[in-house]
Design a protein around this ligand. Structure first.
Ligand SMILES: *[C@@H]1O[C@H](CO)[C@@H](O)[C@H](O)[C@H]1NC(C)=O
Ligand SMILES: *[C@@H]1O[C@H](CO)[C@@H](O)[C@H](O)[C@H]1NC(C)=O
Length: 506
């Protein structure tokens, strides 16, 4: 196992931009997942929260040796069940920020659920070639996120975490940004958790939001046996940046079309959740007729919130029966989004319309995963004029909820967005990224004028918009439902097992 020196991590870290927080020592990760899992197994509830934290800090203060780490990974069996002799010896160990929330986290969950459902479910003829194991890796875990997960997911995490595998019979999937791969540039359980050569095969699953991949990340990709990326856009940007073309494989992302099913939910009352930061709150009858534009994003320049505000505030006024809801959370910033919006408006030179500004609401409280469908259900259209997306989870979730979406016609979303199932937002030009570790890369500048026109268009021709929303759900089911994507992943894994078998002459 490669040892990880915590002192060497910070200075040249190209991922500082995405990882601002100081990382706790590695033992924290190894033990805290156990404690989180222990928490469910003992049915610890919110009232025991402080006890959990106390337990955590007690255990974290004990150092852990490399040997212990390895032993811990190997998880020697305590009660070998007689059933296990019938199970396949091959394993897929999926390492990802399962307990963290955020993009990679929900993506990883969707794969695990897809693969698990696939095996538990119908396709028994393909059932028996590998077992599934999971491990927390790649980011800090969040107790808030964990607690918001449905009970079945928690139980599944507990179960899959206990799967025992031999290194030499395991295919590892490192599902995170390449900076987290062994040796990691910040404190996290390394992936693969021992040298690359100890495993049957090692796969990096990652993506980027700009038009290229950093040289260091290219090197890390080329150390992997395969690099899985979600779209054709990434296949071409990765290969153009120097990743070995024979290693790059497109594996799309699933979206949980059963969970994000509009027929199953009543809308959340967004008016109660949102803080009005601009314009005036509509009341009574007019509230019911209000057309709700929803956007979901982390508060960063890349997401194009400035483009959204500019388009919305110049196109609409207080006289229009519209409202814009922004579900956002901090990203290298404080939570004072109201002031940021007011500052932006004051400095933008936009003229306040005679009828006043159209209302903007901010929702910055944590919305538990189980409440997300109800939030989409409360909207009439989903808008995200992003400058670059890896995949765009909120976009496909909205599409699965049959919402018409308007989002930038560049990068990840090009994989699934068409003029039949949504509104691709044209870009004005490509622009250089001016700050952060991706400085010098390029991404897209979406058109404010076209966004204005499209927002007005879906408001006026809502029947067309709804038809595109229905088509969006059909496309999500057809191309990205968990069963479809589980089939894609399974085929890839079987391909690796077959190649290995052929090589070993078995
Ligand atoms: C992995 O190692 C074990 C123990 O050394 C051995 O029995 C097994 O055959 C190996 N499996 C493969 C696929 O090489
Ligand atoms: C979106 O981008 C694709 C590929 O770059 C292009 O073929 C298509 O015409 C674009 N659609 C719109 C509406 O701009």
């Amino acid at each position: 196992m490669e040892s990880h020196n915590p002192n060497q991590s910070q200075p040249n870290n190209p991922t500082n931009f995405t990882r601002p927080r100081k990382k706790p020592p590695i033992a924290f990760y190894l033990l805290s997942i156990l404690i989180l899992l222990l928490a469910i197994s003992l049915s610890i509830t919110k009232t025991s929260y402080f006890k959990t934290l106390h337990l955590r800090s007690t255990l974290t203060s004990h150092p852990i040796t490399t040997l212990q780490k390895l032993l811990w990974f190997l998880k020697p069996s305590r009660n070998p069940s007689p059933k296990s002799v019938l199970l396949p010896s091959h394993c897929v160990l999926w390492m990802a920020p399962f307990l963290s929330g955020g993009g990679y986290s929900s993506e990883a969950w969707s794969y695990i659920l897809a693969l698990n459902g696939y095996y538990v479910g119908q396709k028994s003829s393909r059932l028996s070639r590998f077992r599934l194991s999971i491990e927390q890796h790649g980011d800090l875990e969040s107790l808030e996120f964990w607690e918001g997960l449905p009970e079945e997911l928690k139980n599944l995490a507990f179960k899959l975490h206990q799967t025992q595998c031999r290194l030499n019979e395991t295919v590892v999937v490192c599902h995170s940004e390449p900076g987290a791969w062994n040796p990691p540039l910040f404190e996290t359980l390394p992936c693969p958790p021992a040298g690359y050569e100890h495993f049957m095969s090692v796969i990096g699953r990652t993506m980027f939001e700009t038009d290229r991949v950093n040289a260091d990340h290219v090197k890390r990709c080329n150390r992997m046996d395969y690099v899985w990326v979600p779209t054709d856009f990434h296949v071409s940007t990765f290969v153009q940046s120097g990743v070995d073309p024979s290693k790059v494989v497109k594996v799309v992302q699933p979206v949980d079309v059963e969970f994000f099913d509009p027929l199953k939910y009543e809308p959340l009352n967004l008016g109660l959740l949102g803080d009005l930061v601009l314009g005036t709150r509509k009341t009574g009858l007019s509230l019911e007729r209000e057309f709700v534009f929803l956007s979901v994003f982390k508060w960063e320049f890349r997401k194009g919130w400035d483009v959204l505000l500019k388009a919305y505030l110049t196109e609409f006024s207080g006289a229009d029966a519209v409202a814009l809801y922004l579900l956002t959370n901090p990203y290298h910033s404080d939570r004072d989004f109201g002031n940021k919006i007011v500052d932006y408006v004051e400095n933008s030179g936009m003229q306040k319309p005679d009828n006043g500004w159209p209302p903007i609401y901010v929702i910055d409280t944590h919305i538990a995963h189980i409440d997300l469908p109800r939030m989409y259900k409360a909207a009439n259209a989903f808008i995200l004029p992003s400058r670059g997306e890896g995949w765009g989870r909120p976009i496909v979730e909205a599409m699965s909820m049959s919402l018409p979406v308007i989002t930038t016609n560049w990068s990840g979303p090009v994989e699934y967005l068409t003029e039949e199932n949504g509104y691709p937002l044209p870009i004005d030009r490509m622009t250089g990224v001016t700050e952060g570790p991706f400085k010098g890369h390029f991404w897209a500048e979406p058109s404010v004028e076209k966004l204005r026109a499209l927002m007005r268009h879906v408001l006026i021709d809502y029947d067309e918009a709804k038809a595109r929303g229905r088509r969006a759900r059909e496309d999500m089911i057809r191309r990205f439902s968990p069963e479809i994507v589980a089939g894609v992943v399974t085929d890839q894994i079987h391909h690796i097992l077959d190649k290995r078998r052929a090589r070993n002459g078995v």
